[in-house]
Design a protein around this ligand. Structure first.
Ligand code: BGC
Length: 416
């Protein structure tokens, strides 16, 4: 209910804001980068454009994972008033592209050689019928764990390398009176945790079969039940106030030592950096145990909505700024993600960023790179939302693991 009210308020706000639309020479950008770290990264883009004399009309819609932003977007498009540029993920981009709502970026893409430098995994979500329809900003991945180093050190905990070591660490923290896992109880956050848990239990082939191929046998397997059992262990290690908490507030619990770990995508690093924390000294980043060779990715892109006619000068300038190698480095250093181009140096990135770049390249080369289910890169929104519902209901104790598996099979088969 609260989520619906929140969304309604966001839509009304967005429609009101649309009456003060961007004027010629400006871009109106709809996005969900509203946390401290996200806003700091967005500023890099704003300043880049300002330097080119292009004004920025900001259209933020809070809500991690972008569900609320996508609701606002649909309302704006239905009202015949699409924003110039919109943050988008995976299958949502393809959906708008297939509807013919997006401008053709092929001219700027050809001039700047995007085809040669953007990896195939991203192109699959940026091009429709051979036409570039969005500009990739970054590559995030979801199978990370963030830890407070002082808390781990004080409790004699090293980086866990398997599920048993991880759960032993959780037990130690609990016994010490520290919240083992900082978590925000929102469906997309539970799905983000599930991405990593499912990958570690099902393995890469099983993850692909379940969430990309939507194979019934894998969705209904014993391994899937085991994944739900492990989600119940995670649930037993969060604090009492987790429900509804925003992801960045959960990150803050790790930053200030109230909690030991957070399982979250690498946008969490943006929060640590924004708080002046240093990787390796104040906080640790590591792949969720059992997923060190895999990467479940989500790439933020900016879709350029067709404003009637060909791509506008401002849209082309925005797209070109986003893909420039200097921006790709400057932005992603702050955001926590890694570049969407393969030819950007890792020199300016911190240890977690360097590892992220290395992991991504290695996973792509070894066939271990998969679109994130939780962040719209494995299956279309209808299926994603069906999985969200089951994972969240189980996390909140509505289903036991066996029921969750059965519900998952049914929900996906109805949604697909
Ligand atoms: C986006 C990130 C964002 C995160 C939390 C993800 O879906 O890809 O850019 O920081 O949601 O808002």
């Amino acid at each position: 209910m609260r989520a619906i009210l929140k969304t309604k308020a966001a839509v009304v706000g967005a429609l009101m804001a649309s009456t003060t639309m961007a004027s010629a020479g400006d871009v109106e950008v709809l996005h969900w980068w509203t946390s401290g770290g996200e806003a700091a990264a967005l500023n890099v883009l704003k300043q880049d454009l300002e330097g080119q004399g292009i004004g920025w009309t900001d259209m933020p819609v809070a809500g991690g994972g972008g569900e609320q932003a996508m609701t606002v977007l649909r309302a704006r498009v239905t009202a015949g008033n699409a924003p110039t540029a919109v943050q988008g993920l995976g299958f949502d981009i393809l959906d708008w592209g297939n509807q013919g709502a997006l401008a053709d970026l092929n001219e700027v893409a050809a001039k700047e050689g995007w085809d040669e430098v953007v990896p195939d995994a991203l192109k699959a979500f940026a091009k429709v019928d051979g036409k570039w329809v969005s500009a990739p900003v970054n590559v995030h991945s979801t199978n990370w764990v963030w830890a407070n180093k002082a808390v781990l050190d004080a409790n004699g905990i090293g980086v866990p390398t398997n599920w048993e070591e991880f759960t032993a660490a959780l037990d130690t923290l609990k016994a010490a009176g520290i919240t083992p896992i900082a978590h925000g109880g929102q469906a997309w956050q539970e799905a983000t945790v599930f991405d990593a848990i499912a990958m570690s239990v099902l393995g890469p082939d099983g993850y692909k079969a379940a969430f990309i191929d939507l194979d019934e046998g894998t969705l209904g397997s014993d391994a899937m039940k085991e994944a739900f059992d492990r989600m119940a262990v995670i649930r037993a290690n969060v604090d009492d106030n987790f429900s509804g908490r925003d992801w960045n507030l959960a990150t803050a619990m790790v930053i200030n030592g109230e909690a030991g770990f957070q399982m979250m995508g690498d946008w969490a690093k943006g929060e640590f950096l924004n708080a002046g924390k240093v990787p390796g000294e104040d906080f640790l980043c590591f792949r969720f145990p059992g997923t060190t060779e895999q990467v479940t990715f989500n790439a933020d892109q900016f879709m350029m909505f067709d404003q009637g006619g060909s791509v506008s000068t401002e849209q082309a300038a925005l797209a070109s700024a986003i893909l420039s190698p200097s921006f790709q480095s400057a932005f992603n250093v702050v955001k926590g993600s890694v570049p969407a181009r393969t030819d950007v140096s890792d020199a300016d990135f911190d240890a977690c960023g360097k590892q992220g770049m290395k992991d991504l390249a290695a996973a792509a080369a070894s066939g271990n790179l998969f679109g994130s289910m939780a962040h719209g890169h494995a299956a279309p929104a209808s299926v994603k939302n069906a999985i969200y519902d089951v994972v969240t209901a189980h996390f909140n104790g509505e289903y036991d693991s066996q029921t969750a598996v059965e519900e998952l099979v049914d929900a996906v088969s109805i949604a697909k």
